[in-house]
Design a protein around this ligand. Structure first.
Ligand SMILES: C[S@@+](CC[C@H](N)C(=O)[O-])C[C@H]1O[C@@H](n2cnc3c(N)ncnc32)[C@H](O)[C@@H]1O
Length: 238
């Protein structure tokens, strides 16, 4: 028996693709000079606008894919919550989106009802790469994804009726705007999963003021994955 196990059991060509994409993402992240990243994050305290532009420049060609263990956990959450309508804020080259689409396919098997993943990416080159990756996966993945290109504050418009699951894997300053764009469509009981909430805690303060408000509409736990992963359940008062 293998020392580790994965809950995701896709076709071999998808498993191979995910291996390659995670590997490339890790190699890229290691190649980012840490001092550069620290400088951009420090700048956020005094000049958030310039800091966000600098982060965009630094990350324009980077995957920054959700870590494999987190992606597998998200896959499990989607299936166990039988989430059918998913929004992903921050798609990049589409790695976590593949997990989400595979999970939606499993939910379809359980419930007999169709689901979808709305993905969002503002960098055209990344959106192109994401589509290519989903094409390699084939229809089981590609046909379940609707990619919205552009700034998510515009692309997550009112045409989405209902959302069961929101993945916030986005630059921290955009996390609250993404949540606000989806909030009117969020089903009671919906899950919101946010990446890196320990590592980037200081830049998530605005988001936490909503997700962690003791009198608010979310019940939130921080899980000890690397960098932290926040799992929040939407429980509005009736
Ligand atoms: C951490 S990466 C997403 C990684 C992806 N979830 C994965 O696992 O492969 C965040 C992405 O969000 C995109 N992004 C940042 N701000 C955005 C915005 N306002 N609208 C849409 N996409 C945005 C960035 O270009 C970047 O590719």
């Amino acid at each position: 028996m293998s020392a580790t196990s994965s809950p995701v059991r896709p076709s071999q060509h998808i498993a191979d693709l995910l291996d390659r994409l995670h590997q490339s993402s890790l190699e890229q992240e290691e190649s980012i000079p840490p001092a550069k990243l620290v400088a951009v994050k420090e700048l956020y305290k005094t000049d958030p606008v310039t800091s966000s532009l600098a982060l965009d420049d630094l990350m324009r060609d980077k995957f920054i894919a959700l870590d494999r263990d987190k992606a597998e956990f998200v896959y499990q959450l989607v299936i166990s919550s039988r989430s059918r309508y998913i929004v992903e804020a921050g798609t990049s080259y589409g790695v976590s989106t593949i997990y989400l689409a595979l999970a939606v396919a499993e939910v379809e098997k359980l419930t007999g009802e169709k689901g979808w993943v709305i993905a969002t990416e503002k960098e055209p080159e990344k959106a192109k790469k994401a589509r290519e990756n989903w094409e390699i996966c084939g229809n089981a993945v590609a046909e379940r994804i609707n990619l919205r290109e552009g700034d998510l504050e515009e692309t997550l418009a009112n045409d989405i009726e209902t959302v069961d699951f929101l993945l916030l894997d986005i630059w921290p300053p955009v996390a609250l705007p993404a949540l606000k764009a989806v909030l009117p469509r969020l089903k009671p009981g919906a899950l919101v999963v946010t990446d890196n909430t320990i590592q980037s805690a200081s830049r998530y303060e605005e988001l936490f003021s909503v997700l962690r408000d003791p009198k608010g509409n979310f019940r939130s736990s921080t899980l000890p994955f690397k960098g932290g992963l926040e799992v929040s359940v939407y429980m509005p008062e009736k």
